[in-house]
Design a protein around this ligand. Structure first.
Ligand SMILES: [Zn+2]
Length: 275
C-alpha cells in the first residue's frame, strides 16, 4: 500500500508525494486538469488523482521515460510522452527493475508495498508529445518545452499563467547528462539556450527530486558549465552515478554535495560525450 499526499504550490498547481524520492505535479484548471508524471508506478496513483479531481477530465503527460517518472503510465488509458523516449520507457520501467529499485532504495514510502501495488508496463498507452504542445485547462494553460539532454525526449512543462517552469530532471543541482541515452554536452547546451528564450515567462522553477525547487539561476549555472566543459576549463571532478564513473563539472564539497563556490546548478557528464 502506498499513501499519496499533496502539497499546494500555487492556485492551480499541487505536488503529489508519497512515491519515494520523486514527486509528480497536478495542474488543475476550471475545465480540465493535467497530471505531470506518474512516479514509479507503485500504488494506485490513478485512483488517488481521480479522487482529487472529483470527476473533472484530465490528461497525463510524462516528462521523460525514466523509471521514476514514467513507470505508472500503464495505469492510465493514455499518456503523452515524446516518442524519442519510448525505448527508454520500455527498457527502464520493467516490473523487474522497479521491484529491484523499490526493494533496494529502502524508502519509507515503500515499506508496506505488496506485489499487487505495481502497475504493469504498456507502451501502447503512449501518445506523442512535442515541443510547443499546449494543454488548455480552462483558466490556465500548460505548454511543453523540449529540452533534450538528460534524455532525448525530455520536456519542461510551463504553467503559463502562473509563471511556473517544471524543470524536473532537465536542469538541476546535478543534471545527469552521462546516461547511455543522454545527449552530448554540446547538444544539451543548445537545449538550455532554447529554454533560456522562455526565461521571461516564469519566475518559479520546480524540480521533482531533492528540495523539488530551484532558483532561476540554476539554468544560468548549467549553461555556464556547458561552456566551461566545451572549453576544457571546468573542474572535471571525478564522480560516479549508480557505480558508473563520470565527471562533475563544478567542484563540490563531499560533506554536503554542494558546489564549493556557493552556486546552485551542476552537471555530470562523460569525457567522450562532450561533442
Ligand atoms: Zn530522469
Amino acid at each position: 500500500m502506498v499513501h499519496f499526499y499533496t502539497e499546494t504550490i500555487s492556485g492551480h498547481v499541487r505536488r503529489i508525494c508519497g512515491n519515494g524520492d520523486v514527486c509528480m505535479y497536478l495542474v488543475e484548471g476550471s475545465d480540465r486538469a493535467l497530471l505531470i508524471d506518474t512516479g514509479y508506478g507503485v500504488g494506485d496513483l490513478r485512483g488517488y488523482v481521480e479522487g482529487l479531481l472529483d470527476g473533472k477530465p484530465y490528461d497525463v503527460v510524462i516528462t521523460h521515460g525514466h523509471i521514476d517518472h514514467a513507470a505508472g503510465a500503464a495505469q492510465f488509458e493514455s499518456c503523452r510522452m515524446s516518442p524519442l523516449d519510448i525505448e527508454i520507457y520500455e527498457e527502464f520501467c520493467s516490473l523487474e527493475r522497479r521491484r529491484a529499485k523499490v526493494d533496494s532504495c529502502g524508502h519509507p514510502d515503500f515499506k508496506d508495498v505488496v506485489p499487487e501495488d505495481f502497475a504493469g508496463v504498456d507502451a501502447s498507452v503512449m501518445r506523442p508529445l512535442a515541443d510547443g504542445d499546449v494543454f488548455d485547462l480552462g483558466d490556465v494553460t500548460v505548454e511543453m518545452i523540449a529540452v533534450p539532454g538528460h534524455t532525448p525526449g525530455m520536456m519542461v512543462p510551463l504553467v503559463v499563467e502562473e509563471g511556473i517552469a517544471i524543470f524536473g530532471d532537465a536542469c538541476g543541482v546535478g543534471t545527469l547528462i552521462m546516461l547511455p541515452h543522454s545527449t552530448t554536452v554540446e547538444r544539451y547546451r543548445e537545449s538550455l539556450l532554447r529554454l533560456k528564450e522562455h526565461e521571461g515567462r516564469y519566475a518559479i522553477v520546480l524540480r521533482q527530486h531533492g528540495t523539488c525547487a530551484s532558483t532561476k539561476r540554476v539554468l544560468e549555472d548549467n549553461l555556464e558549465l556547458c561552456d566551461l566543459v566545451l572549453a576544457g576549463k571546468d573542474a572535471a571532478e571525478p564522480a560516479e552515478h549508480n557505480g558508473a564513473p563520470c565527471l562533475r563539472a563544478a567542484k563540490t564539497d563531499p560533506a554536503t554535495g554542494r558546489r564549493v563556490d556557493g552556486r546552485e546548478g551542476n552537471l555530470l557528464y562523460l569525457a567522450d560525450r562532450i561533442r
